[in-house]
Design a protein around this ligand. Sequence first.
Ligand SMILES: [Zn+2]
Ligand SMILES: [Zn+2]
Length: 349
Amino acid sequence: MIIRPETLLRPVPGGLYCPAGDFWIDPTRPVARAVITHGHADHARAGHGAVLATKETLAIMAARYGARFAGSMQALAYGERAAIGGIAVRLVPAGHVLGSAQAVVEKGGARVVVSGDFKRRRDPTCTAFEPVACDIFISEATFGLPVFRHPPDAGEIAKLLLSLSTFPDRCHLVGAYSLGKAQRVIALLRETGYDAPIYLHGAMQKLCDLYEALGVGLGDLRPAQEMMKTPLTREVFKGAIVIAPPSSLNDIWSRRLGDVVTCFASGWMRVRARARQRQVELPLILSDHADWDELTATVAELKPGQLWVTHGAEEALVHWAQTNGVPARALSLVGYDEDGAGERDEAEA
Ligand SMILES: [Zn+2]
Ligand SMILES: [Zn+2]
């Protein structure tokens, strides 16, 4: 039987639905059967009947929502195959955060790949994106505008280290999303040989512990809270790095750190107004999403029969694909963080 690839997955209110297999990918409301690409809150929600995901994503969901976050869970290793209602499903690395996967959905020679969120550059905390040829590639486009070109990570980390040596008496408070970005910033610092203790806001602890438990070494991490008790213990923050959720950058908690250089690690730091709005002194352009060059290079490399675009600046990427010979459409799915990603701590950028 010949299957038309566009019948395999349908963009409907609530997410991407596979009618032949009766399952959803990253549904935005509770469903009977869900395939989850990664642990960020806009993709991984609690309350589904059955969840299929990588073991890392299942562990992240359990850490966030409790062990009983779904009726049943099935772990699928990268490359392993599952069958849901006669539809073959595979998860392959997306390079976004630990455990993140693209969902490969196949039947009768037709193949659709859902990128989830992805990036192409190296990340010491997760497995690199694996390109899979397909009839339809469903791509995110969080940074789908030509203005978004993320600089090399090493230069951003060097900026942070330079500031530390220039202002050795000031605490460097780095705002970072608690899943993925925080651990990546820490791992990138460790790769440069920075081995001093790094202090964590309480909201960071659980996921950092989980990364460590899943084999991602992060070095000497300490709870900031315990050092905040007296002015004497507060001395330790002079010249130290503290990682906190973006929402804590300008709150009462951060005032207890003393004289602070406020930093924020996000792809949105490309936009000066955003850095100003958060009173960020040292913006660090570090993103877990593909930038414009990575998005277009991925489409050029895969040359899918069709490109479907979701999650962000859809029209620009659709236009680029069409002018480069790839039929494309915008899905306009609601319920995923796009522009607002920088505003919610559990979201990402
Ligand atoms: Zn994500
Ligand atoms: Zn997302």
